[in-house]
Design a protein around this ligand. Sequence first.
Ligand code: BJW
Length: 235
Amino acid sequence: MTRRIVVLTGAGVSQESGLDTFRDPDGIWSKYRVEDVATPEAFARDPRKVHDFYNLRRRNLLAGHVKPNTAHAALAELERIWPGEFLLVTQNIDDLHERAGSQNLIHMHGEMRKVRCAACGAVTANDADLSLASVCGACTKLGALRPHVVWFGEMPLEMERIGEALAHCDLFISVGTSGNVYPAAGFVAEANVAGARTVELNLEPSLGRSHFAEGHYGKATSVVPEFVAALLAER
Ligand code: BJW
């Protein structure tokens, strides 16, 4: 019997909310080079360029037209109704899962609406553009603030808690992720070791398709609510 669920989401879950994915033909990596905006070396070399990249994305996230969709809503509803344990792990740095009502949620690649101070380590809420003139609200240091996101070569957040949940889950569901980026791409293997049922919900089969026992393909706003409804009906 299924008791403990872990869900992993990626950019595909937010695509129909108006946020670009990364590796689709018109995605973020078709307009920017990873090595210019998503590594610690890029930030050290040209912090202004990296700030501009995240300022633009933050402004877009806060624009009125970006709202959670029925996939975010279905996952929040599943968590609300599910009598067993439920953990949602997202690679996304948007806050659409929170806005839909998800509670037990880990942002393993950080959060766009937070900043981190490289000097004192404080993580604080921030909706304003960042620049070299930004000042840390905690230690007042000038120019030490960076986006609270995980770049390539940096350790994703809360890995211990995620590993613990995967080691004990009965059902692992991966939604809207291409399976390109580790360690998230390896979660299905950890769930398989735990003996979990593994399900992929995606627009098309991901790189890791062969590791999943089941796959359902189509837009997240269709396949996620359908899968959640079927899961609740099975109980
Ligand atoms: C839809 C849809 C719709 C579209 N409905 N679906 C060589 C081999 C193996 C690993 C490595 C290697 N060299 C380096 C590594 C490690 C590296 C890595 O994985 N690199 C690979 C690219 C090879 N990983 C790291 O560095 C990570 N850290 C790490 O490993 O630490 C360990 C360590 C050890 C010791 C010392 C130090 C560290 C960190 C990874 C950080 C990722 N950061 C980014 C950017 C920051 C956040 C941001 O700006 O937003 O995170 S990259 C980007 O990719 C972002 C995403 O979260 C992440 C995943 O992307 P996602 O979500 O899969 O998006 P897409 O676009 O790829 O896919 C979208 C999917 O949705 C597609 O399948 C579509 O079909 C689908 N879709 N519309 C449903 N409507």
